[in-house]
Each structure stands twice: as C-alpha cells, then as structure tokens.
Design a protein around this ligand. Structure first.
Ligand code: MTE
Ligand code: HPA
Ligand code: MOS
Length: 764
C-alpha cells in the first residue's frame, strides 16, 4: 500500500508485538486454555425493534440435553443495569424490547453447539410497537437520550447579515461497523468468597469491573478483570465490552462454574452499536474574498435505544465542528436522538469526524456557489497561533498552517492540479479528482475527570523489571511505547522489562484505553513510578559512593555512572546492592493531566491538553461509465510532535486513513424501516481491503518539537488520521464535477459507486 522511506531500525523503536503477530503466536481471549468444567453462554435476542414482551417460553430449550440453565432478568442478584454514563440500559429485557439484537435471556450449556440449538427453541412473543430509525423523526418528537448541547462564540446573526455570501444545506453521514478482528467476548471464573475473575476483550477493564459488580450486587473489590491484549477495539470495546463481561459473570455466579462467551461475527454485527450516523444542516457566511464570517449547524445524532457513550460523542462533534479553521462567529447545536437501533457508541474520532464532515461540506458548497477553489477557502481560514475555538481554548503550538503549506510544497500541489486538469481534458470517460483535508483534533478525554492514570513498577532482585499500567494493547502499539518509557527511564535493555497484563487488581480505577490518550496518560504515570524508584537508588548511591548532590548520576547502557565517570556500577549489581540495603524496589505512579478544565454550563474552558494537526492531499480516478473509482495517492504531512516510535505511528496513520476512507466511500450500514440491519454480514457490508486502499500513501513527519503533555513529546496519534479519509468523499465529488459540472449530489456519505453514478448522470 505504501511507499515510504525505510524506517530507521533503532533498537526499541519497533512494534514489539510484530514478531508474534506475523508468526501467529499472539494469544487472544479465545486462545486461553480453558478450565475443565467450562460452560458456554449465548444470548437470545430480540428480532423485533420495539415492542412489549407478552411471553417467553424456554421449556423446550431447557429440556435439551446439555443445557445447564437459562437466565432471565429476574435471576440478576444485583441491578439489571449496564448504562455507562446514564443508567438507562438493562442487560436483559424486562417488559420491553427497544432494538433488534437486545438480549432477552442467556442460555448456559455444556458446549456452544447446544447453546446455539437451545436458542432456536426459545419462543418469545412480542407485541410490536411503532419503530423509529430516523433521528429527525425522533427530534420532531423530542425523543432525546440526554440534553441537547450548544456551543456558541461571537454573534452569528449579525455576522450572517454582514456576509457577502450565506449558504445553507444538509448533510448526512453513515454509521460504521468496527469490524475488530477479534469479536466481543469474555470468560468468567468464580472464586471463593463470592469473588470472580473476568478475562475480557475490553478497552475498559474498570468499566467491566464496575458493571459486573453492580449486576451481581457485589463490590468492585470482589471482581478482578484481566486483559492480556485485544484484537482491535476502535472504540467498540470502550463501553460495549461490559455487557459481555456481565453476561458471563452472571452465568458463572449463578451456576458456580467457569463460563465463556465469544460472539460469532453475525451476533456481533447484529447486537452491538456502531459509529453514530448523523443528519445535519448548516449555514455558512463568507465575505467575497473567502473569509468565513459565521458558521451555524444543527447535528442530529442517531443514538440508538440507550445513551451508552452518545452524550460524550455528541459533545466531541461540537468540539470539532470547525475542524482546523478559525471562525469568529459560531453557533452549533447537537441533539442526541433516541431511535430503535442498537445503542451506537465510540468509534475512532468519537463524533469528531461527523462534525468535520459538515464544515467540509459547507465549505465545498460555498466554493461552488462562489466559483472559488475549495482549497483557497480552506487555506484562508486555517487556524493560527492564539486563535480561539468556540469552546474558549486558544490554539497553542498551532501547526495547522505549517502542515498545510508543507503538504502543498512537498507534494507540489500546483503541478499536480495542472496534471489533473490535463488528464481530465484528454479523457472523456475517466476523471480525476483531488481534495485537501486539514485535520485538527483535540487530545484528552472530553470528560476532564477521566484524564488520569496509574502504573505499578516492580524491580526484582535480579534486576529484571515488571510494569503494569491501565493501558490496553489493541493493535495500536501502546505496549511498545510503555516498554520504551521504562527503558528510557532506567537505561536498561528492552529484554529486561516485562509488560504485565492490564489488571484491575494491580492498577485500579482506570479510564478506558481511548481518546488517543492511552500512551500519554499511562506513560506519564509510568514515568512517575520509575522516577520514585530512581530517586531511591540515587540516594543510596550517593551514600555508597560518597558523591555530592552536584554530581549527576546517570542511568544508561544497563548501568549507572556519575557524570564525570569517576564512579560506575552495572544495573544488576546496583539492584542487588539496593535489595540487600532493604530499599523499596516497587512504586506506584500517578498522573492527572494538569491545566485542563471545562465548564459544561457555559461550554467554555480548556478541555484539551493539546491538539494534533495535519493535512492530506487525496487524489482519485473515477470510471465515468461504471462509477467505479480508485485512490491514486494520499500524501500527508502529519504533526507527530517528536515521534517516539515512527514504525508504530506510521502504522496508525495508514490504518486510520484506510478506515476513514472506508467510512466515507464503501461502508454502508443499511437499516430498514423496521430497524432490521440489511447489511448484517461482511458480504454486503464492504470494508476496505488491499484493492481499495490508495495505491500510494506518503507520510511526512512534520519537523516539530512536540509538547510537554505528550509522552516523551510524542503526540497522540490513534484517532486523528481517520479524519484524513473525509477528503476521499470530496476528491470523488470533484472528479464527478469534472465530468458533470452541474451535478447536484447531496452531501451524503458514504460515496458509494451507486452514488457516484447518480452524480455523473444526474441533472445536467
Ligand atoms: N489501532 C489498532 N490497530 N486497533 C485499534 O483498535 N483503536 C483506535 C486507535 N488505533 C485502534 C487503533 C482508537 S479508537 C483509539 S482511541 C486509539 O487507537 C486508542 O489507543 P491510544 O490511546 O493508545 O492511541
Ligand atoms: N474520547 C473517547 N472516549 C471518551 C471521551 C473522549 O473524548 N470522553 C469520554 N469517553
Ligand atoms: Mo477511541 S473511539 O476513543 O476508543
């Protein structure tokens, strides 16, 4: 897929998991050896999107040999509640069902096949009620999951009145299925004294712990959640892994045997929430020269049947409603609409991409109306140092312009545009299109409270080190980064460090691995723990060597020495000495992001530790007979700060970009009016593959110093690149316009082949 300069193979800066992954040795939840006596759970879920349960007949299923127990909501010893932000979601249906895929009862059986057969024998009678799938319909009835949100700066009314152009329109962006390679699942093992260990494929071990404790009526200290790694999460396991942990824990608690449930792909697609589809409208006011004076928008989020993370996702839509632009007058509203779909949830970008799509559509629309190049309007309005966002924070270390201009220069934008013009002039049935996509993404959990982490470090008496943090490895490379942090602190080789599983008993009260902030938060907590041990060692050495405080003690190359090299000692010898001197060789570190704050009443504050910037140039070719298309190239200048691991970070850019292009072009979630998912398998829900990714991807590392709140000045990288994919929509749109100048294609993503064809041959 890519042509990039070879990565410098600096020791310790590769992905430590790569050899395991490519040799197939990586172990996931389902690879764990099972205990004798393990049972298997399966959920029987609603086939109706909204209705009243009249009866549930489990008699035939119960009689099936091998069925151990069938569990309903009345069997729950604690509270039948799994809502994360708002307590509005039951684990098992009581009187009503609210979406297709809503769990009704749990079957526990000796093997999976029996559980499957038993499910087919369960009869649920449901009296159907009206189904709502459209967020606008929910909005008309004021059916919201939480309060609508409003961000505002300046005075849009007078700014619109003073604008030369005022343009209004509507947009739509579709949902997106996470398609993590490893489906949702969990394995619970009961222990003595009403306690339980739960192995879970989750981004949020503490969320699973809290949910299980509440459901079982136990306290959190009775539940231990352990995560070795997960095979992808992409936000889908930030909150929604908790339900499956709860299902197996409940079953294990009631039958007092280990219980496991790994969802089949089809079950996962049916039952779990996805990226929120949005319908939005916008109004943008500009002066003749292309300066944006005002922007107003209304975002209607399709939240599904329960709140899940929707309120937080909704807020991030508003944070990113003006993307990488300074707009002096902003008025944006967002509505969390309640519908009869599975509760939608976090997905890479967390509502940000949905917000950015709208401002980019508004600018595209304005450019057409004003007969001005899109990129000129984009460029004129880019953020600058000190520019204020609608939420009160000011842009600091702003790299919006440097990324943009470097991308233009490095990839020779004007020559490329000339080539495209010439190509389009000489090719009647094949057209090329280009779009620039600047991105500005805020780093920190939007909920200030969540921006903290802890780590536990043990130095063993032989000099080897064990580290535990709250970070979950999901393919994003955070394990490599944690090991690098410890390596750089102690000055010892990677081989001497072992990263332990993520476990709620070792590291408590963790935030989920999410918001792209996992390495920053957990890495800083880890640094804090390492620092404490190092301070004790330095104290010991000063006494032992009799050196003054002015002389620096340096840890490097598996040893320690004074700055003048008069004294030195190998690491192992030092640890042996410290052990004999009864020094504490363990430490617990803590980090809470300083400075950030946000007032939810005024919607003003300083919510983000920093912003990540970048610009992508996307080029595509459209086959104007068939509507097929391909992406010729994507060229990016990205602000990594001072990347601590270029191999891992490049992987994040490539993966995020592919996922973003998929969302904007191929991936189409279709629900019918009865709330049935029509694209419920991977044959009719198309995700990007090696044939659809861009032929060429170039990534340039912006020369930047980085910021102190980023771990080792290496900025968060997980989510921002997804939003480069938004440019794919507009590149295709521009190719269509090269064929059909008067195409009136609605701003409706994804831009599937069908939509391209309609655009090519629509109104002319
Ligand atoms: N990369 C891989 N390979 N797998 C994933 O599940 N999740 C993304 C991103 N990159 C993900 C990924 C999402 S949604 C987030 S928030 C971040 O990684 C989380 O990890 P980080 O905080 O360490 O960046
Ligand atoms: N990102 C991801 N997850 C979150 C956030 C966020 O900003 N806020 C709360 N949960
Ligand atoms: Mo990512 S959507 O914050 O898990």
């Amino acid at each position: 897929m890519t042509v990039n300069p070879p990565i410098q193979k600096k020791k310790g800066s590769l992905n430590i998991d790569a050899p395991l992954h490519v040799s197939g040795k990586t172990t996931y939840l389902d690879d764990m050896p099972e205990l004798a006596g393990t049972l298997y759970a399966k959920v029987c879920y609603s086939k109706i999107a909204h209705g009243h349960i009249r009866s549930i007949d489990t008699s035939e299923a119960s009689a099936l040999p091998g069925v151990v127990r069938i569990i309903g909501h009345e069997d729950i010893p604690g509270v039948n509640q799994i809502g994360g932000i708002i307590a509005d979601e039951v684990l098992l249906a009581e009187d009503e069902v609210h979406f297709i895929g809503m769990p009704i009862v749990i079957i526990v059986a000796e093997d999976e096949v029996t559980a499957h057969k038993a499910r087919e024998l369960i009869r649920v009678e449901i009296v159907e009620k009206p189904v709502v799938v459209d967020p606008l319909e929910a909005h008309r009835c004021k059916e919201y999951l939480s309060k609508p949100l409003h961000f505002q700066m300046g005075d849009v009314d007078s700014a619109f009145a003073g604008s030369d152009y005022v343009i209004e329109g509507n947009t739509e962006s579709g949902g997106q299925e996470h398609v993590y390679l490893e489906t949702q699942g969990a394995y619970a093992i009961p222990r003595s004294n009403d306690s339980m260990i739960v192995y879970s494929s989750t981004q949020g071990p503490t969320a699973v712990q809290r949910t299980v404790a509440r459901l079982l009526g136990l306290s959190m200290n009775q539940i231990e959640v352990d995560v070795n790694r997960i095979g992808g999460g992409f936000g889908g396991k930030e909150d929604q892994a908790s339900a499956w942990g709860a299902v197996v824990a409940l079953a294990a608690y009631l039958v007092q045997r280990p219980v496991k449930y790994i969802l089949e792909r089809g079950e996962d697609l049916q039952m779990t929430g996805k990226r929120h589809p949005y319908k939005s409208n916008y109004k943008i006011g500009l002066s003749k020269d292309g300066m944006i004076r005002a922007f107003a928008a209304r975002f209607f989020q399709n939240g599904g049947a329960a709140a899940d993370l929707s309120p937080a996702v909704l807020q991030r839509t508003l944070f990113h409603a003006t993307n990488s632009y300074f707009i002096p007058n902003v008025d944006v509203w967002a509505y969390p609409c309640k519908t009869n779909l599975p509760p939608n949830t976090a997905f890479r970008g967390f509502g940000g991409p949905q917000g950015m799509f709208v401002i980019e559509a508004a600018i595209h629309h304005a450019a057409r109306q004003m007969n001005m190049p899109v990129h000129l309007i984009q460029e004129r309005n880019l953020l600058y140092e000190g520019a204020e966002f609608s939420y009160g924070q000011k842009a600091e270390d702003c790299e919006a312009q440097s990324c943009w201009y470097q991308a233009k220069e490095r990839y020779d934008l004007s020559a490329r545009m000339e080539r495209i013009k010439a190509y389009n002039a000489s090719n009647p049935i094949s057209k090329k299109g280009l779009a620039l996509m600047p991105v500005c993404f805020g780093i920190s959990f939007t909920n200030t409270m969540m921006n903290n982490a802890r780590a536990l470090v043990h130095v063993y008496s032989d000099g080897s080190v064990g580290i535990s943090t709250g970070a979950v490895e999901m393919g994003q490379g955070v394990s490599s980064k944690m090991i690098q942090v410890a390596t750089s602190a102690f000055g010892i080789d990677t081989d001497a460090i072992k990263l332990e599983t993520t476990n709620t008993t070792r590291v408590a009260n963790t935030s989920p691995s999410a918001a792209s902030a996992t390495a920053d938060l957990n890495g800083k907590a880890l640094q804090d723990a390492c620092r404490q041990i190092l301070e004790r060692l330095v104290d010991l050495l000063r006494k032992h060597w009799g050196v003054e405080n002015e002389v620096e003690v340096i840890f490097e190359n598996n040893g320690v020495h004074t700055s003048n090299y008069s004294k030195n000692m190998p690491w192992k010898e030092l640890i042996n000495l410290a052990f004999r001197k009864r020094i504490n060789l363990s430490a617990k570190g803590h980090f809470a992001t300083p400075r950030i704050h946000f007032d939810t009443k005024t919607s003003k504050g300083h919510p983000f530790a920093y912003h990540v910037y970048g610009t992508a140039i996307l080029t595509c070719t459209v086959d104007c007979l068939r509507g097929n298309y391909e992406f010729d190239a994507v060229e990016i200048v990205h602000d990594f700060g001072a990347s601590m691991n270029k191999a891992v970070d490049l992987g994040q850019i490539e993966g995020g970009l592919a996922q973003g292009i998929g969302w904007m072009t191929l991936e189409e979630l279709i629900y019918d009016e009865q709330g049935r998912l029509k694209s419920g398998n991977l044959a009719n829900y198309k995700i990007p593959d090696i044939y659809s990714v861009p032929k060429e991807v170039k990534v340039h590392y912006l020369e930047a110093e980085g910021v102190d709140l980023a771990i080792l000045k290496s900025k968060a990288v997980g989510e921002p690149p997804l939003m480069y994919g938004i440019g794919a929509y507009f590149a295709l749109y521009n190719a269509i316009l090269a064929f059909n100048k008067v195409a009136t294609l609605p701003y409706s993503a994804p831009m599937t082949t069908e939509k391209v064809l309609m655009g090519l041959y629509g109104k002319r």
